[in-house]
Design a protein around this ligand. Structure first.
Ligand SMILES: N[C@@H](CCC(=O)N[C@@H](CS)C(=O)NCC(=O)O)C(=O)O
Length: 216
């Protein structure tokens, strides 16, 4: 039984979604950002960075969203959420997972938490820089989809799609959300119909990106 420390719509969303895709038993522990529970002594004992997600795996706290997705794909290979080591899709899989974690996620962190990156007077400049980095990453991701492929790796759904879709969701209130890129728009329209994505939205009480009442 896994235990996921989560906050609705936060980076834990991707881990929650992955757990549903693989059908593994798990329990959820809400970390209340309103009361800054992520910085409580109790939570810092589990995750010294004071962030979500934390996933308890065999009694051990594990962190870092992309690493958790890859770990779950490895532990539940039968779910087919990652190309197997040595396969022809594996290099592109690793490249995209690291790209999303390395280039896009930190830019979102700067967009949402500019105070962690400089003084309050610099917040606007930090956000502008983050926005440019996010939009450049969307250019790159859109180009990867330009051949009309259904998923980032072609015909096979993988944790790349989970991470990329969560990050695209985070742009929904930005000046240029991911849906403004034609390849991403087409891709996301399809992803939004995926049953497990809709289940995470329902479980986390989220209703501001997909219409749960709408049937695809
Ligand atoms: N590098 C971490 C970043 C996680 C992260 O930024 N989590 C945010 C929510 S999306 C968080 O916990 N924010 C609360 C805080 O920093 O106080 C990962 O990939 O899991």
């Amino acid at each position: 039984m896994y235990r996921l420390y989560f906050s609705p719509g936060a980076a834990s969303f991707a881990v929650h979604w992955t757990l549903i895709e693989i059908g593994a038993p798990f329990e959820l522990e809400h970390v209340d950002f309103q009361t800054r529970a992520q910085k409580s002594a109790e939570y810092l004992g589990i995750n010294p960075l004071g962030q979500v997600p934390t996933l308890i795996v065999d009694g051990q706290p594990c962190t870092e969203t992309a690493a958790l997705l890859m770990l779950l794909a490895e532990r539940h290979a039968e779910a087919g959420l990652a190309p197997v080591p040595g396969s022809s899709d594996r290099p592109e899989y690793l490249e995209l997972m690291v790209y999303l974690a390395n280039a896009l996620m930190p830019a979102f962190r700067a967009w949402f938490y500019p105070q962690d990156f400089g003084t309050p007077e610099r917040a606007a400049a930090i956000k502008e820089n983050a926005r440019a980095r996010i939009e450049a990453a969307f250019d790159h991701l859109d180009a990867r989809l330009s051949d009309g492929r259904g998923y980032f790796l072609g015909d096979e759904f993988s944790t790349v799609d989970i991470l990329a879709t969560m990050l695209a969701r985070w742009s929904r209130n930005m000046p240029k959300p991911a849906e403004r890129w034609p390849g991403l728009e087409r891709y996301l329209k399809r992803m939004k119909q995926r049953a497990c994505l809709r289940e995470v939205h329902a479980d986390e009480g989220l209703d501001d990106w997909i219409d749960l009442a709408e049937v695809g």
